[in-house]
Design a protein around this ligand. Structure first.
Ligand SMILES: [Zn+2]
Length: 257
């Protein structure tokens, strides 16, 4: 009985696939490993679809037809790579509040601030860094979770004298924003060539209302990116330069923090 059952099992027909596998064990293992390797390489190099979407959205925002003077729909764009990577808050100064400084020909500070903020957001997105463009009194500020917050403003259009050119920065006094301030100051200076205008920093900057409302651990600063009169070309037709200065400062900060 016992031997009969054994004989029956050994006589069972073997499928051609099993027979081939049994005769080619090393080759079968090699094919399996190769397939797993190719799958791993595909998964590693295939970009996260969330990143691609964010970049496409950001680039679309650059279209001249999408750039509002201020307060438009494209201004609310958020670039959100899906990973939990770095995230930068960008306040477009005066957005959804008022026009800020105004030049005699109608050029407003708010439109300069928003244009630069959007350029920074697009550039950061191309480097896989998420950012949020925020309004001056954005309700998200009180609970904003990010690596840093930068409020972008520009100085008055009044030409007081030939020294009304340059930029200035005030950092939050409620936390350690030193590294953020150093990086932005140095990189903005090196990229734009603008003078640092320390002696015209006002309480409006050092006691900036946003510093009092955000999470105390969030590094934050306000920057006046230039004067709307003497630095006008840099802030309008050459706005990619101040935007790049801010991006380089942000990269410096993220690298060293
Ligand atoms: Zn302002």
């Amino acid at each position: 009985m016992h031997s009969y059952r054994n004989r029956e099992r050994s006589n069972r027909p073997v499928s051609p696939l099993m027979r081939w596998l049994r005769n080619n064990v090393p080759l079968a293992i090699f094919l399996l490993v190769a397939a797993a390797g190719m799958l791993a390489i595909y998964l590693y190099f295939n970009p996260d679809p969330g990143d691609a979407t964010a970049i496409v959205q950001a680039v679309q925002g650059e279209s001249p037809f999408n750039v509002p003077l201020f307060g438009g729909a494209a201004a609310d764009q958020t670039t959100q790579p899906t990973s939990s990577g770095p995230r930068i808050g960008l306040i477009a100064g005066h957005k959804d509040s008022d026009s800020g400084a105004v030049c005699p020909d109608g050029l407003t500070e708010a439109e300069i601030n928003l244009d630069i903020a959007q350029r920074v957001a697009i550039s950061l997105a191309s480097r896989g860094i998420a950012s949020d463009i925020l309004a001056e009194f954005d309700p998200r500020l009180a609970v904003y979770q990010g690596d840093a917050l930068i409020s972008i403003h520009a100085d008055s259009c009044a030409e007081i004298n030939s020294s009304t050119s340059g930029f200035k920065i005030a950092a939050s006094p409620f936390n350690d924003s030193n590294l953020l301030e150093q990086c932005i100051l140095q990189q903005y200076y090196l990229t734009t060539g603008l003078a640092y205008h320390a002696h015209t920093i006002t309480p409006h900057m050092t006691d900036y209302h946003v510093f009092r409302t955000i999470e105390t651990r969030l590094p934050a600063l306000i920057i006046e990116v230039g004067f709307m009169n003497l630095d006008r070309t840099l802030l309008t037709s050459d706005a990619h330069i101040p935007a790049d200065g801010l991006v380089q400062g942000i990269l410096c900060f993220l690298e060293k923090k």
